[in-house]
Ligand binder design. Structure first.
Ligand code: SAM
Length: 212
């Protein structure tokens, strides 16, 4: 299959799974998932499936990345926080849609790898930080949008506190060994609105830094 055919099939799969927002599709067409998958699995980069990355983690399924990005409704002036950098693929897509992206990962090794990829892909509006992202980034708060790509039992309090009024957070919630729910939290003048979007399965949001 030629590169062009592979790209067309990739976009077709996204649309057929419900990713219909044109800006999201354009961003996903622009960012080559192949640049974020290494080694053995590189030739499966355009299939709609999660794939293993270093440190025992995963790059999420493209259609789930698309649906989460769509639900986040990112605007061009937005400052976005992502928790769980992983391969950097999701952050790269957010960086096409937003003014500035901060992404936090608990594994130093992944952070170092991702910095190199962002440099090669010329994505200067992303800052990658090693840390426990469940505390957010108080120095950079508030955020217009927050995306969490690992599952917590409840939305972490510090992340709720760092969301701007009118802001949106999308995250998987639920036990790590069960099917979780993707939820959308909107901060209002006097609290938070919660919408349940769909069942998902993510690795758990863990405390502290990883060993590698
Ligand atoms: N967004 C990623 C991508 O595009 O490849 C997929 C992320 S993977 C499903 C979840 C990531 O969250 C893993 O890399 C894991 O190490 C990270 N993670 C888990 N708990 C974390 C925490 N408390 N702070 C920061 N990162 C965390």
């Amino acid at each position: 299959m030629s590169d062009a055919e592979r790209k067309m099939q990739f976009l077709y799969q996204l649309r057929s799974k419900g990713v219909t927002d044109k800006r999201v599709l354009t961003a996903m067409e622009k960012i080559d998932r192949g640049a974020f998958v290494r080694g053995l699995f590189a030739d499966r980069a355009y299939e709609d499936m999660p794939l293993p990355i270093n440190c025992g983690q995963t790059i999420s399924q493209p259609s789930v990345v698309g649906l989460m990005t769509q639900a986040l409704n990112v605007q061009p002036r937005d400052k976005v926080l992502e928790v769980g950098t992983g391969s950097g693929y999701q952050a790269a897509i957010l960086s096409v849609l937003a003014r500035r992206v901060y992404t936090v990962e608990r594994h130093r090794r992944l952070v170092n790898e991702v910095r190199e990829v962002f440099e090669c892909q010329n994505l200067p509006n992303i800052t990658v930080i090693t840390g426990d992202g469940s505390h957010g980034l108080p120095d950079q708060a508030p955020f217009d949008r927050i995306l969490v790509t690992a599952a917590a039992e409840d939305p972490p309090g510090p992340l709720l506190a760092q969301l701007r009024v009118g802001g949106i957070m999308v995250l998987p919630v639920g036990q790590s060994d069960a099917v979780q729910s993707l939820i959308k939290v909107t901060r209002t003048d006097d609290g938070f609105d919660y919408d349940e979007l769909r069942p998902v399965r993510f690795v758990p949001l863990l405390e502290g830094l990883g060993k590698e």
